[in-house]
Ligand binder design. Structure first.
Ligand SMILES: *Cc1c(COP(=O)(O)O)cnc(C)c1O
Length: 389
């Protein structure tokens, strides 16, 4: 009989947040409940048709059936550079300043392996995407959370980082528009991040997964647009949320060439790139006309208004009405912590949110709702929540 022992790097991990929620949801569904699921950030809208057509065409070409290059096809990296130029006015060399990823989660998970090790610190904002601290841990480094609170406007307070932590810090994960708080940040903030990073020799990894999910005409900026951005870091991007392509697994990293070379070196040793037919579909995606994207943004805006106004109407409190992402970050009513409130809503209303504490300790007291169901279901959710309060 083998004695199977997990390595400490996974044995000591907290359970993956969404796995725990899946169990709760399955139990409720098994009891026959009609659950309105606002818990997972996975768009319910389909991938636009021209992207699917591009995949179909590319899938038939035998040249695409072979191993892709790990760094991405020249045509994909050129499309990325073109998109950055048009969208942000940022010039990128497609050969050295753009790298394809098997979803941005892949790059986020791998980058600490290139730049951090035992004794080093990886700074990350919390509450946040659970992969940031885990990737630090997998690299043998120490994750150090920077709390995002209403008091600090959901921006990290760099002055509060102890000197001994700062001295050992190698990487900083940031994410605006932010999941889960829905906070946004402007170029002034990004510039201050670049100044901080340059002073302390820290590589900035900005996760911009939600830059295209915004309301009205308030388009979020890029870290690379800010003064000092290209010198101090990289930006992770994803086709998942922008083009409803979470299942396709394609994203990219852009920015400082030396940082990308380090990430690339990890990738050459671990993976074999993105299926070329998916990259060709990615090229089609990056050329998507705004006449296709505007209605998607409008859909999220209508859902946001339905949920935000609905919950406000029944006494919920918010720091602000979100201007980007497809999340609402709502305060739990008095008397509930975030896990208790999530369970209460599931049991009494059949509505599933995500407990804020699951994104990190500073998320306690909040619940995240994802706007990934139609307005009619959101209205029903509000009515049911009202009954459960
Ligand atoms: C969804 C998400 C990602 C990951 O997207 P991929 O599908 O891996 O490209 C990265 N960061 C945040 C904050 C996300 O919410």
């Amino acid at each position: 009989m083998l004695k199977i022992e997990l390595a400490s790097r996974i044995r000591d991990l907290p359970p993956y947040l969404f796995a725990e929620i899946d169990v709760l949801k399955r139990e409720a569904r098994a009891k026959g409940a009609d659950i309105i699921d606002l818990s997972i950030g996975d768009p319910d809208l389909p991938t636009p048709a021209h992207i699917i057509d591009a995949l179909k065409k590319a899938a038939g070409d035998p040249a695409n059936h072979r191993y892709p290059s790990y760094e991405g096809m020249p045509s994909f990296r050129q499309a990325v550079a073109g998109w950055y130029k048009t969208r942000f006015g940022v010039n990128l060399d497609p050969e050295t300043e753009a790298l394809s990823l098997i979803g941005s989660k892949e790059g986020i998970g791998h980058i600490p392996l290139a730049f951090a090790e035992k004794g080093d610190v990886v700074l990350y904002t919390s509450p946040g995407y659970p992969v940031y601290p885990v990737s630090a841990l997998f690299a043998g480094a120490e994750g150090y959370p920077l709390p995002l609170t209403e008091k600090n406007g959901f921006r990290p307070d760099f002055a509060a980082i102890p000197q001994d932590v700062l001295k050992r810090a190698k990487l900083l994960f940031l994410n605006y528009p932010n999941n889960p708080t829905a906070a946004t940040a402007g170029l002034d903030f990004f510039k201050s991040v670049a100044v901080f990073a340059a002073r302390h020799n820290i590589i900035v990894c900005h996760d911009a997964a939600y830059s295209e999910i915004y309301s009205g005409d308030k388009r979020p900026g890029s870290f690379l647009e800010a003064e000092g951005g290209m010198e101090t870091g990289i930006e992770f991007h994803s086709l998942s949320k922008t083009y409803n392509m979470t299942g396709w697994r394609i994203g990219f990293a852009v920015g400082n060439r030396h940082v990308l070379a380090g990430l690339g070196k990890i990738k050459t040793n671990l993976d074999s790139g993105v299926f070329q037919a998916v990259q060709e579909a990615g090229v089609a995606a990056l050329h998507t006309d705004d006449s296709v994207l505007a209605p998607i943004r409008k859909t999220y805006e209508e859902r946001r208004d339905a949920l935000y106004n609905g919950l406000k109407g029944i006494g919920f409190e918010f720091s602000a009405r979100p201007e980007a992402t497809f999340y609402l970050w709502a305060k739990c009513p008095r008397g509930f912590d975030s896990r208790a409130f999530t369970r209460h809503l599931l049991e009494k209303a059949g509505v599933l949110g995500t407990p804020g504490v699951g994104f990190g300790a500073p998320g306690e007291g909040y619940i995240r709702f994802a706007l990934t169901v139609p307005v009619a279901r959101i209205e029903e959710a509000v009515a049911r929540i009202k009954g459960a309060l």
